[in-house]
Design a protein. Structure first.
Length: 603
């Protein structure tokens, strides 16, 4: 049993459009609801108005489902039977349904006719129950909203900006201000004091923040490099970048390299967002091609394109030390003036380990010496303090040479002239029959003696007392002597200068173009980066190479453990006196004092 539905709709031009559907089912539901088989969008039709059932091949029966009836051949009724061979007409509100037969199908021709009453007019149901007729049209509403937005977010802030120029410092920064609607977020911690004082940075309305405005507070900021060379090194922008540059220039933004290119504000409270890697790689990724005379290597991504580290190394110690930058690929050696084998001191067996076990309770040593037993971190944990005899070495290496009562006399470390003077005074004031114990001065085996004791002599040549003060002095500064085994000795010269010790230089910082923080790596073991347990000479440079750092660090967008941008280790602004340093990192080389090693130290 098939019902053939033909619905006729009329266009605005008066043309009829017929749509046909085939429904193979014994009955049809008629009503205004969308789920009806035959939907009639008319307020005069109930949501579930009637049911049309097929009785046999010729006849159908129409029955009302609710209280509303319908018209059958012009007569109101609630139940009607129609013979399709004869034909008939049904009317539901403003819709007319003509019943006929075609082949074996029942044909229902549905068309909209003029309504006969107010309830049957062609009224859209949504419009009838809404306020649409009382509101302005869509176009008018859109223009009204445009004017409202412009007034609230441009007109009012401009008016408020002009009205508040009189006394900006007396305004409550927590009060509601119209300009806040332009802010994309709060300021960072560095500029929190300027919160609510927009005119401090935005001097001119609709003009980008200028470099001169930044320098009113940041007076000590220096350029990364001469501006002319920066312009040559910068890569040529593409068409899209040129368009964005022109748009920015229209709003008063300065050219490439402006402060706001790197320092972005209004990104939320907290630290200012770090500089993106692209800001640096724009010049440094292809620097050698842009600047043929540069000595710097290309650096575009730490994990892929970055030169080997070139630490500043002491190549010649002394009163006028020589410092040079040398690539780690060249295997540089550091001549610090010390003779110190890390391997011997970190060994788990032998005399040093036995000494550590013997003095462990007193000095906090373990079963063997570790890096922390000699290297003391600075207060901020960034780097380590210079190793000193008194703080780090004297626990095992005593310079005592005589004990008077309960007091041990020691030679003055770091002052060769005082050592010579003390020995000569000793020989002048000591009876000839009183022996001098030079064990601490001649040679002392680690582990034989503890701190504060007179060293015992195990060198047979030193058992007897030297015949004179000069012999004792020569023994101290010669092979096997206490000074000789740890320091580089300068013998007496023809000019009359006596025995001396070459000043010791301890480099506390090697990378002057980058920054490294030990505190950030405290979860790692020292041996993870520094090959100290295998070092047999003090000249071995234990600075890790780039390959070691890349085991954890990669480029900004890499999948490494620690994605690292350029700003993690490098700074953009220079300060006078060093290739790179901040104000809190001074370079000092002062005179020898009790707390400052001879030759000073690089901070």
């Amino acid at each position: 049993m098939i019902f053939r539905l033909r619905q006729i709709t009329r266009t605005a031009a008066g043309r009829d459009i017929t749509r046909e559907r085939m429904l193979e089912q014994p009955s049809l539901s008629v009503g205004r609801a969308a789920e009806r088989d035959l939907q009639l969008p008319d307020l005069a039709v109930a949501p579930d108005h009637a049911t049309i059932e097929r009785i046999d091949e010729r006849r159908i029966r129409v029955r009302a489902s609710g209280t509303l009836g319908f018209d059958s051949d012009g007569r109101p009724t609630r139940d009607a039977t129609i013979d399709a061979w004869v034909g008939g007409e049904l009317r539901f509100g403003g819709h007319r349904i003509t019943v006929s037969r075609e082949d074996d199908d029942i044909v229902l021709l549905v068309e909209r006719v003029e309504p006969l009453s107010e309830a049957e007019r062609d009224v859209d149901e949504t419009a009838a129950y809404s306020l649409r007729r009382l509101l302005p049209g869509k176009r008018t509403t859109a223009w009204l909203l445009v004017v409202l937005v412009l007034g609230l977010f441009i007109g009012v802030p401009i008016w408020w900006h002009g009205a508040a120029q009189g006394a900006p410092d007396q305004r409550n920064i927590y009060a509601l201000r119209a300009q806040q609607s332009w802010s994309s977020g709060p300021l960072s911690d560095a500029h929190h004091a300027l919160e609510g004082k927009c005119e401090s940075c935005h001097v001119k309305a609709f003009v980008s923040v200028r470099d001169d405005t930044c320098r009113t507070c940041h007076k000590q900021v220096h350029d990364h490099a001469p501006l002319a060379r920066q312009a040559l090194a910068r890569a040529s922008p593409g068409a899209g970048d040129r368009f964005l540059r022109d748009v920015a220039h229209f709003f008063g933004k300065e050219g490439a390299g402006a402060c706001v290119d790197c320092h972005t504000e209004h990104e939320g409270a907290g630290a200012m967002p770090p500089t993106r890697q692209a800001f640096c790689s724009d010049c440094h990724a292809d620097l050698k091609r842009q600047l043929a005379d540069t000595k710097l290597g290309n650096a575009g991504d730490f994990g892929k394109v970055h030169p080997q580290f070139s630490p500043v190394v002491m190549t010649a110690p002394g009163e006028k030390p020589v410092l040079q930058r040398v690539s780690l690929d060249a295997g540089p050696k550091e001549n610090s003036g010390l003779k110190f084998p890390h391997k011997l001191h970190l060994s788990g067996s032998g005399g040093v380990a036995r000494m550590a076990q013997r003095l462990g309770a007193q000095n906090g040593f373990g079963s063997a010496l570790a890096c922390k037993d000699c290297h003391t971190p600075s207060a901020d944990g960034t780097r380590f303090l210079p190793v000193s005899m008194e703080r780090n070495c004297a626990a095992c290496h005593s310079l005592g040479f005589e004990q008077i009562g309960g007091t041990v006399r020691t030679l003055r470390h770091g002052a060769p002239e005082q050592v010579i003077a003390d020995l000569r005074a000793f020989y002048r004031s000591t009876p000839a029959t009183r022996p001098i114990d030079l064990g601490g001065m001649v040679r002392r085996r680690p582990g034989d003696n503890a701190q504060g004791q007179v060293a015992r002599v195990y060198n047979a040549a030193a058992i007897s007392r030297p015949a004179s003060a000069e012999a004792a002095i020569r023994a101290v500064f010669s092979k096997g002597g206490a000074c000789y085994d740890c320091h580089v000795i300068a013998p007496p010269s023809a000019s009359g200068k006596g025995w001396d010790v070459v000043p010791v230089h301890q480099s506390l910082r090697y990378m002057f173009h980058g920054w490294f923080d030990h505190a950030a790596h405290r979860t790692e073991k020292c041996e993870s980066c520094h090959a100290a347990p295998q070092s047999t000479e003090a000249a071995d440079l234990l600075v890790p190479g780039i390959k070691t750092c890349r085991t954890c660090h990669g480029g900004e967008a890499s999948s490494a453990k620690v994605p690292s941008s350029c700003a993690m280790c490098h700074r953009y602004h220079l300060t006078p006196g060093a290739p790179w340093r901040s104000e809190r990192e001074a370079v000092w080389r002062g005179p020898v004092t009790a707390t400052r090693p001879r030759g000073g130290a690089l901070r």
